[in-house]
Structures are given as structure tokens and as C-alpha cells.
Design a protein around this ligand. Structure first.
Ligand code: SF4
Length: 893
């Protein structure tokens, strides 16, 4: 009531609203003010985090927070009056617009921001332009002598740093992938297991930086998580300066275009495309755009929490999500962050990217000269799944409606600047009759694609057009054949795409014809664009040419997509292709349907990966702390298999001629004295109150600092709902993915920042959290992480010929990754708790050698966590991990 009467000071309104169960809470949110006063500055969105960012005293206890919020507001307002205020430029003009939009802070800070003497320039006039630079040319072929690599490593680690033998061997092994290639399509290929703490990053940056300097070429390092990208950017400073003397950056973080701010979308939003709260967001983003390092909105220097203060879609609508860029036809083309990042990476010594981008770039990159040839995949254990999604084909309602919008434009008005093909290529249509006809034909044929309201029509049995009719048949078949029990539980359901009813096959035939009718004019149009470029008319200047090339590229992408869908449909009803797994799915969340799809995956996605990524490369390495399998021992005490087998299979090595170099460096950490595993035997499966109680008591026993990992979101939410309030009252806050309206990166920042906080999450946290020190001192797993037996999993397990060993390997890998969160540096110590009595001994080898493992009751576990006891129990009643597990052999040929 107080909040609705008068605006009150709040920190993170959506979070407070969520906790209070009062969704409409609003007021004077200090985070919004922070985003205005200090755009592009890092701040953990908690009182403590805000105090650090503003360099003021932190509140000592919860009851001091209200007074602190006033102090913090005072500090932010005071900053606006400071003559040295770094981010003053543009603030006065932005405030005028924000006042018109009735931003609650506008009235408060207006008296404190002086009108500038000279009129401020409009953002789009102040951003710098990128410059066209000559191509870098091919790298020189160079050898890297081992002594030079080791010397470079000494230089990067610092003269006084202690020498780590594992790191030296690792750096020398990595250097081998940079040697000149001996045979076409056969790259130097290495798999490197690098135990936590060996100093992997500098281990590969040493040879990479040496090679880049000697050869004039670019090394790409690809990661799976944004967190590692951030870390790499900062570690790369030891080898490269921020800028070269000519002003270009030698190190560039490169992401998919959907991560960056699209200036044209922003301009549209500022000029009336957005209304109400989203319009306020657009102005705060415009403040940020003037100070950002690279325009990266997702995981870059735009605070992750900014979008959630408004509406998540707001941020997404400001990026270029659907490839609608009009390239040189855009008035901001010469300032565009996406174009800049592409040009910078062509000149860079080191490009930091992610697995999906590297693969997409290799598969359909615009510029062959820019394709990576020296590649290090860090977090290499994720390459398989990244390849799995990159080389997948999915014909779904959501994808098909996107294609329709791309061709014909939005169905309703007021959808921002989005335009169809006809509007984007109006000049081509008026100059070239055949091109104009092709556009018309494509738009006409595009009407066969699903349109707004398609999901509703499907559920009412009233599909419109051939593609909706197909999706209707797919949906009906999926429901008819489902035996998973998912229907009642509200989960998504799926069925194999085999033995299909005649209705589905007939509908697939008509849908394929409709798709072909769309593809044909698009191919014709691409041909016309090519002809225009080959024989340019007078009006085609450099910018026009670049725009047409851009259009050709995005056309090709759609033509390939439609062809893949047609191939997918052609095979329904025919004999099964052993190379692929095909299935139907109805995606649902809490019983609400949101998509219907036909999926196709490669049984072995490393096959296309090796063709597209490995063969064209000269040197590739996959590296990770959990690359090899921590395989157990058999009854005779010898290794029960080859620890490299799965890593080799999941690397694509089998599909190229190259014999991979295998390298292994063990972690220097003394796990036996720093960590122990507690398997709790008396929390019954399915006993939710018991599970919640166990989490609460473990969090109390360790006084926070717990990372709780769940295999099901629903259970995590239920546990959080039961314990969060009670623990918060004890000064032990709990944050949770899928519960708190905060992005995962920010949740981890909050967790890292507060040693009393705990964090609950699912898969994404299992190996995406790097929190060294006391903030993470206990990992609690709700159960053994069995793989979900979906159609794809079952097909791969059947193909692996090892049945349950296939599952065991996946579980061991997941356990090893989760355990890896606990000990991040040599001083870390803590407990790894699994709340499952059904923990087979054969999986214990997943933990590092020598780690003590105790099967205990919850009370005993609480005692050990509370006292911080680690290692053997006095009665000797324990098991130890991995004693006889096979050391990865030294397998350099
Ligand atoms: S060039 Fe494309 S991505 Fe860049 S600002 Fe313009 S429309 Fe957006």
C-alpha cells in the first residue's frame, strides 16, 4: 500500500516484487538510476554490490539497508553534480526524453544535471565509424621451438611465478597444433585433458600468442560459457595490449549477431517504436551505447539485470535477431557494432568466440578468408552437443512463422521497422523485372506458411494452409502415440517419426510441395542479385553493392533452410536412414503448448563437424578438465576400458585421417585433504518435504555458500518455495534459476559476492560456475544425474553397443563437472553432497583420486559439513575415489 501511494526507494523492483508476491510493485529503483548515471559499469544488483560499485560503506546488516538505499541514492545524485562525472555526455538530452516518458527518477535528478552550454550531439552522430582495412593475407608457415614456447609461458606467468610442470608440458603439447600442415584436409589435431589448476589458459595462450606474432595469423579460441570468455579476455592482457599503435584491437570477442545492439532498431525504438516502460529501457540502452566497449548486450558490458528490470523482450527487440539487417542500406552501417566486430576479428591476433558461432561460421560464413584455421576449443567436452544443435534440422511452427515474416513482413502493423522482402529490395524490383517477379512469387508462395494464431488453430482442429495442416497431423500423431505420462504431467511429449499414419505422410507431401514453391523463386531471386553484382548498373555504388551481397547471403541461408526441411519431409514414410534420428515433438511447459516440431539430428554430429570445421583447418585442439572418462577398474584391478575412447569418439577424430595427439596434465590440487564426498542414504526418493528439509539443514550447517544442483526445474522450484523465506530470515539468502527474475550470469555474480548466499539451479550451473574462495564451499546434488531417456538418447545408446556403460559415462562426466565447481584454487576446500542412497559404487571413479567418500545419514553429513571435517573418518569407514583408475597414457605418437 505504501508503495502504491508514494514511490519508494527500491533496489531491484522485480526481485522484491517476486519475493513479496506483489507483481506490480514499482517505485524509484536504484538500479535504473545506476544504469542512467553509470552506464556500461559493472554492479552486482544487491546492497553490497551497489556499495562496492559506488565505493561507499556497505550496510552491516539487513536492518541497515533502508538507510543505505538513501545514502546510495544520494551518492548517485551527487555524482551528477560532480564536474568530473565521466558519463555526463548525453545525460541532459536523455533526461529530457525520460521526463516526457514519466520516468520516476527524472523529476528527482533534474535539478542536479546542468544544461550543457553547447547542445549535445545525438548518439548516432557521436559513435565512431569503423575503417575498411586491407586484408591480412595468409599466415606465414612457422615452427615454434619448444624453448621459445616455454620462455613465452614464463613471460606470461611472470618471472616470479612458481613453475608448474603440468602447465609447461601442456603448453609444449599445444604448440604442436601450430606446425605447418603436412597434407590437405588433415589438420594437426590434439585432445588435451587439463586438470583444474594446471593453468590451462596461459598454457595455450603462450604458443598461440607466439604463433600469431610470428605468422601474422589469427588464432581462434572457442568457449562454451560466457564466463570463460570474460576470463580469457582479461588473461589475454598478459600477451597483448588493449590496442595496437594503429588503434586496432589485437584481441576481439566475437559473438553471434543476435548478441549485439542493432542501432537501427534502437533508433526506431527511440523514435516511437517503443512505448511506456520499454521506451524508458530504450533510452537507458542509448546511454549505454555511447560508452560500451563493443555493443554486446548479452554478457558484455550491458548489466545483465537491466533487461529484467523492464521486459526481457525489450532487450531482444533491440538486437538483430532474425537476420533482417539491411547492411549498407542502413544509415548506421559505418558505425554498426556487428560490422565493426566482424572487421576487427579479421585483423585480430586472437578471436574469442563460442562453439556455436565457430560452427555456424564454418558452415555458412560469408567470408571464406575469415574462417578460422587455428582453433582451440576450450570447454571441449561441449563440442559434441554444440555440433549436435548446429547440424540439426527442425521444421517447427515457430521457425516456419519466422520464415513467413522474413519473406512477407509482419502481419500486423506497428511491429517496428520489420519489413518483408519486397520492402527491403524495392530498388532491385524496380530496376530488374525478373527480380521483381521473383519477389512477388516468393511472397505469394510464402502465404502457405503458418500465420499468427496457428497454435490456437491447431488445438481447435482448424489448420490453415499446407504447413499448418502438416503440423496438425504431427501433433495428433504425437498425442496418439505418447506413452510417457508426460501428457498428464504437463511436460513436452515426443514420438519416433517411423511407422507413421497415412495422413501424416500425405500432409508431408503437400507441405514439401508448398516449400518447394517458396524456394524456387528465392533461388531465382538470388540468381538475379548475382547478375546485378556481375554487371552493375550505374546507380549501384559501393554501399548498394554491399547491401545486395548481404541480401544474397541471407537469401542463401533461407534457401538452404527450406531445402533441409524438404529433405526432412521427403524421408517421412520412407526407409529409416541409419545416419539420422528423426522424431516429432510437442513442446510444452506447465501443460501449455508453445511449439510443434519435426526434428532431425545426426546420430553422430561429429561427422558434419569434421567435414565443415576440422578438414579445412590447419591445427585444432579440444581441451577441458573433463575430456577423458574417469573410468573405473575391473575385478582384477586394471582399467575397465580406455579413458580416451569417448573423448576420441566425441571429437570427430574418427572421420579425419589425422592421428590425434593425446595429452594429459593432472590437477595439482590435493583433493584428498581439500574435499570429500558425502552420499546421504536416508533421504527417500520422491519425499519432497524430506528433500527440502535436507537442503535447508545443509545450508544452515554450512552457513550458506551452497550450490544446489537439480535435475528437474519443478523440484527445484518446490524446494526453493519451501525453504527460501525461512532461511532468508536467518540471514542466509537463497537465489534460484527459473524462480528469481534475474539472468543466470547475474545470479552467479550475486552468489560470488555474498559468502552467506546460496544458489539453486539446474544443468547450466553444473559446469558454468567458476566461484573460487569461500563463497562456494558445498555442492549439493539432489540425485544421481541419470540421462533423460528421450528418443535421441536411446538411439545413441543403442548405437554405442555398450548399453549401460554409455549411460555410466554420461553420469561420470556430469558428476566430474559438478564436483569441479567445488575446488577452483589450491586453497579451496569443501563438501560434495549427493542426496541419494542409490549411488552405484561403479560411478565413484568419477571423483578425483584419493577423495574420501562416505555413505552417511543426513545427521552425520550435517555434522561433517558444520565442523568442516574432511578426509578419513576415525573408524576407517569410507571409500576412496579412483585409486586404481587408469592414468591417461602418454600417447603422443
Ligand atoms: S547495419 Fe544492420 S545490424 Fe547494423 S545497425 Fe544497421 S540494420 Fe542494424
Amino acid at each position: 500500500m505504501a508503495a502504491s501511494d508514494t514511490p519508494v526507494l527500491i533496489l531491484n523492483a522485480p526481485l522484491v516484487a517476486n519475493r513479496l508476491g506483489y507483481p506490480d510493485l514499482s517505485g524509484l529503483d536504484l538500479l535504473e538510476l545506476f544504469a542512467f548515471v553509470h552506464p556500461a559499469r559493472f554492479c552486482v544488483p544487491t546492497p553490497r554490490g551497489l556499495a562496492q560499485a559506488l565505493e561507499i560503506e556497505q550496510p552491516a546488516a539487513d536492518e541497515d539497508v533502508p538507510a543505505f538505499l538513501q545514502t546510495a541514492a544520494g551518492a548517485l545524485i551527487g555524482a551528477c553534480e560532480d564536474p568530473e562525472w565521466f558519463e555526463r555526455e548525453g545525460a541532459w538530452s536523455a533526461l529530457q526524453s525520460l521526463e516526457r516518458l514519466r520516468w520516476p527518477w527524472a523529476q528527482v535528478i533534474k535539478p542536479h544535471i546542468a544544461r550543457p552550454e553547447k547542445a549535445e550531439k545525438w548518439l548516432f552522430a557521436t559513435l565512431p565509424e569503423w575503417e575498411e582495412r586491407p586484408e591480412r593475407g595468409s599466415p606465414r608457415q612457422v615452427e615454434l621451438p619448444e624453448e621459445d614456447v616455454l620462455q613465452q609461458l614464463d613471460h606470461l606467468t611472470g618471472e616470479k611465478a612458481e613453475r608448474r610442470e603440468g602447465q609447461r608440458t601442456y603448453a609444449a603439447d599445444t604448440a604442436r597444433i601450430f606446425a605447418p600442415r603436412n597434407k590437405q584436409e588433415v589438420p594437426h589435431f590434439a585432445l588435451a585433458q587439463a586438470g583444474t589448476g594446471i593453468g590451462k589458459t596461459l598454457g595455450y595462450l603462450a604458443p598461440a600468442s607466439l604463433w600469431a606474432a610470428a605468422s601474422g595469423g589469427t588464432v581462434w579460441v572457442s568457449t562454451f560459457t560466457k564466463n570463460l570468455q570474460r576470463q580469457l579476455r582479461s588473461e589475454s592482457r598478459r600477451a597483448w595490449p588493449v590496442k595496437r599503435p594503429d588503434g586496432t584491437p589485437p584481441v576481439v570477442v566475437r559473438k553471434g549477431r543476435e548478441n549485439y545492439l542493432c542501432l537501427l532498431n534502437l533508433e526506431d525504438a527511440l523514435q516511437g517504436g517503443f512505448a511506456g516502460r520499454p521506451a524508458i529501457l530504450a533510452h537507458l540502452v542509448a546511454r549505454w551505447a555511447a560508452f560500451t566497449r563493443d555493443g554486446d548486450m548479452i554478457g558484455g558490458d550491458l548489466p545483465g539485470w537491466l533487461g529484467t528490470l523492464f521486459r526481457k523482450r525489450g532487450i531482444v527487440a533491440l538486437t538483430d535477431q532474425r537476420g533482417e539487417c539491411i547492411y549498407a542500406g542502413c544509415p548506421h552501417y559505418r558505425k554498426c557494432f556487428i560490422e565493426r566486430s566482424g572487421r576487427d576479428s579479421a585483423q585480430a591476433d586472437l578471436v574469442i568466440a563460442n562453439h556455436a558461432l565457430v560452427m555456424v561460421n564454418a558452415a555458412r560464413g560469408r567470408d571464406h578468408a575469415q574462417r578460422p584455421t587455428r582453433l582451440i576449443f576450450d570447454e571441449g567436452h561441449h563440442v559434441f552437443e554444440a555440433a549436435d544443435s548446429t547440424f540439426a534440422a527442425t521444421l517447427s511452427g515457430q521457425e516456419a512463422i519466422e520464415l513467413r515474416r522474413w519473406i512477407t513482413g509482419p502481419e500486423r502493423k506497428n511491429r517496428g521497422r520489420r519489413r518483408g522482402l519486397a520492402a527491403r529490395l524495392a530498388d532491385v524490383a524496380s530496376y530488374d523485372d525478373a527480380g521483381g517477379e521473383a519477389i512477388e512469387d516468393a511472397c505469394e508462395a510464402g502465404a502457405a506458411l503458418p500465420s499468427e494464431g496457428w497454435l490456437q488453430r491447431l488445438s481447435e482442429g482448424d489448420p490453415l494452409g499446407p504447413i499448418e495442416a502438416l503440423l496438425f497431423a504431427v501433433r495428433a500423431a504425437t498425442y496418439a502415440r505418447d506413452e510417457s505420462g508426460g501428457q498428464e504431467a504437463g511436460y513436452g511429449i515426443e514420438t519416433e517419426a517411423s511407422g507413421l499414419p497415412g495422413g501424416v505422410i500425405e500432409a508431408a507431401g503437400s507441405a514439401a510441395e508448398a516449400l518447394s514453391a517458396i524456394r524456387t523463386p528465392l533461388v531465382r531471386l538470388a540468381g538475379r542479385l548475382e547478375a546485378i553484382i556481375a554487371d552493375p548498373p550505374d546507380w549501384l555504388d559501393g554501399q548498394g553493392r554491399a547491401r545486395i551481397e548481404g541480401a544474397r547471403f541471407s537469401l542463401q541461408w533461407r534457401v538452404d533452410l527450406i531445402a533441409a526441411w524438404e529433405a526432412l519431409l521427403a524421408r517421412l514414410g520412407g526407409p529409416a536412414d541409419p545416419e539420422f534420428v528423426d522424431w516429432f515433438a510437442v513442446d510444452r511447459s506447465d501443460a501449455r503448448e508453445f511449439d510443434v516440431a519435426i526434428h532431425r539430428r545426426w546420430l553422430d554430429p561429429m561427422k558434419p563437424f569434421s567435414k565443415v570445421v576440422l578438414e579445412p583447418a590447419h591445427g585444432v585442439m579440444l581441451t577441458s578438465a573433463t575430456l577423458t572418462d574417469r573410468i573405473g577398474v575391473d575385478l582384477t584391478g586394471s582399467a575397465a576400458g580406455d579413458p580416451w575412447e569417448a573423448a576420441l569418439h566425441r571429437s570427430g577424430a574418427a572421420h579425419i585421417e589425422s592421428q590425434p595427439l593425446l595429452s594429459a596434465a593432472q590437477s595439482p590440487f590435493d583433493y584428498a585433504s581439500r574435499a570429500e564426498v558425502l552420499i546421504v542414504t536416508d533421504v527417500k526418493k520422491g519425499d519432497l518435504p524430506g528433500l527440502a528439509g535436507a537442503y535447508a539443514r545443509l545450508i544452515e550447517a554450512s552457513e550458506g555458500g551452497v550450490l544446489g544442483l537439480f535435475t528437474a526445474i519443478r523440484r527445484m522450484r518446490a524446494v526453493h518455495g519451501r525453504i527460501a523465506d525461512r532461511l532468508a530470515r536467518e540471514g542466509l539468502p537463497i537465489y534460484a534459476q527459473h524462480v528469481d527474475p534475474i539472468d543466470t550470469g547475474t545470479l552467479v555474480d550475486i552468489f560470488r559476492d555474498d559468502p552467506h548466499a546460496s544458489l539453486l539451479g539446474t544443468d547450466a550451473l553444473r559446469d558454468g560456475v567458476d566461484v573460487p574462495g569461500r563463497s562456494l564451499r558445498c555442492v549439493v546434488l539432489e540425485a544421481v544425474p541419470w540421462p533423460r531417456p528421450d528418443i535421441l538418447h536411446k538411439a545413441r545408446r543403442a548405437a554405442s553397443e555398450s548399453g549401460s556403460q554409455y549411460d555410466d559415462r554420461i553420469i561420470r562426466a556430469r558428476l566430474a563437472q559438478a564436483f569441479g565447481r567445488l575446488i577452483r584454487n589450491k586453497d579451496d576446500h569443501g563438501h560434495f553432497v549427493v542426496l541419494s542412497s542409490a549411488f552405484p559404487s561403479r560411478l565413484l571413479s568419477a571423483f578425483p583420486d584419493g577423495t574420501a567418500i562416505h555413505r552417511v545419514t543426513l545427521d552425520e553429513a550435517l555434522g561433517r559439513v558444520r565442523s568442516g571435517e574432511i578426509g578419513e573418518k576415525p573408524n576407517g569407514d569410507h571409500e576412496t575415489a579412483g585409486k586404481a583408475s587408469a592414468e591417461p597414457p602418454d600417447m603422443f605418437p
